[in-house]
Design a protein around this ligand. Structure first.
Ligand SMILES: C[S@@+](CC[C@H](N)C(=O)[O-])C[C@H]1O[C@@H](n2cnc3c(N)ncnc32)[C@H](O)[C@@H]1O
Length: 317
């Protein structure tokens, strides 16, 4: 059998085998290297489909260990057995790795929370709080650096501190920088709610919770902001209370930002504030500016733009 035919047959068999063993997250790609006259087989595992969603391109690159374990020499036909071993090896090492990471993260995130709380107690002004948030070591070994232009977020915080909001919602928390700052300018018994996608930042919850001082509470809702179920969870947390401030900094597409406004602005009280991050026309595909240009014709608005990127748009409802 010619090498190419062999490869096609093996690829097909392997796919069938993978399906049979329900390794649904693994798509094997078989490659042959015949430059030295022998058939060398490599199986690359591409985590191509993760819960039905395609994952970023870099995840498709085989890891070094995957390649090291997969090289098969001399056209060995027991490739399926080897493939099974690789899958087993990977799942075992993944499990050990995940356990280790979980342990380390759990310990270090608590350490970071204690450190941040200690530093926080020394802040006397907005400037101090912003310095702390932007300091990459404030929550060592993690960072809570906001993805904001410093002067712009200070200006927004100065508006908020005069109002001392009691119910605050942030859509898009990421490392937690803005959530931390909003808690600093909110009332001592404020409820600060964070909405972000599930999975990625779950381990940061103890850190987010540590942002609360005195009688404040930080509530974390994990969900896609424009899923109806996420809105329901936010409504449950608020239990009928209206928001004083809503910060929209999640999905920066036109559709995303519009949906965030249409779904969450009705939860803001009359006279409350909605702020959007990213109203400056960017060159990276964000489309907040498009929605901002529509909305600013309808409401009383203020633009805070101190740089060539970002920009905060404030809407007074
Ligand atoms: C720019 S970051 C937020 C930065 C943060 N406000 C700060 O300045 O510290 C955007 C965040 O929005 C989240 N996000 C994106 N799309 C979302 C969606 N549809 N629902 C909820 N969160 C989303 C991302 O996971 C990411 O954490």
């Amino acid at each position: 059998m010619k090498c190419r035919e062999q490869i096609e047959r093996l690829t097909f068999m392997f796919k069938i085998n993978v399906l049979r063993h329900r390794f649904e997250y693994l798509i094997p790609v078989l490659q042959a290297n015949t430059s030295d006259g022998k058939a060398h087989y490599k199986i690359f595992f591409a985590q191509r489909f993760c819960k039905g969603k395609s994952v970023p391109q870099q995840s498709l690159n085989p890891t070094k260990s995957a390649v090291r374990h997969c090289v098969m020499k001399n056209g060995n036909m027991r490739i399926l057995d080897v493939a099974k071993k690789i899958v087993l090896h990977r799942s075992q090492s993944n499990a050990a790795h995940s356990l280790w990471t979980l342990l380390i993260t759990k310990i270090s995130v608590r350490f970071a929370a204690v450190k941040l709380k200690h530093e926080m107690s020394r802040c006397k002004s907005i400037e101090d709080c912003v310095n702390l948030a932007f300091d990459p070591f404030s929550a060592f070994p993690f960072s809570i650096t906001p993805q904001q232009v410093r002067e712009e977020i200070i200006e927004l915080l100065e508006i908020l501190v005069r109002r001392r909001p009691k119910f605050v919602l942030e859509v898009g928390t990421h490392r937690g920088g803005t959530l931390f700052l909003f808690a600093r300018v909110s009332s001592p018994d404020a409820m600060v709610v964070s909405v972000d996608l599930p999975g990625v930042y779950d381990w940061r919850i103890p850190l987010y919770k540590s942002f609360a001082t005195q009688n404040q509470r930080v509530n974390v809702v994990h969900g896609d902001s424009y899923d109806f179920s996420t809105l329901k969870m936010v409504e449950q947390v608020l239990a009928g209370r209206k928001l004083d401030f809503l910060f929209v900094d999640g999905d920066h597409s036109y559709k995303g930002v519009k949906a965030d406004f249409e779904m969450y602005a009705p939860l803001v009280k009359k006279g409350g504030i909605v702020a959007f991050h990213g109203i400056v026309k960017p060159d990276n595909g964000c489309q907040v500016d498009k929605f901002w240009n529509e909305i600013k014709k309808v409401y009383s608005c203020v633009e805070v733009v101190r740089d060539t990127w970002a920009g905060i748009g404030i809407v007074y409802l």
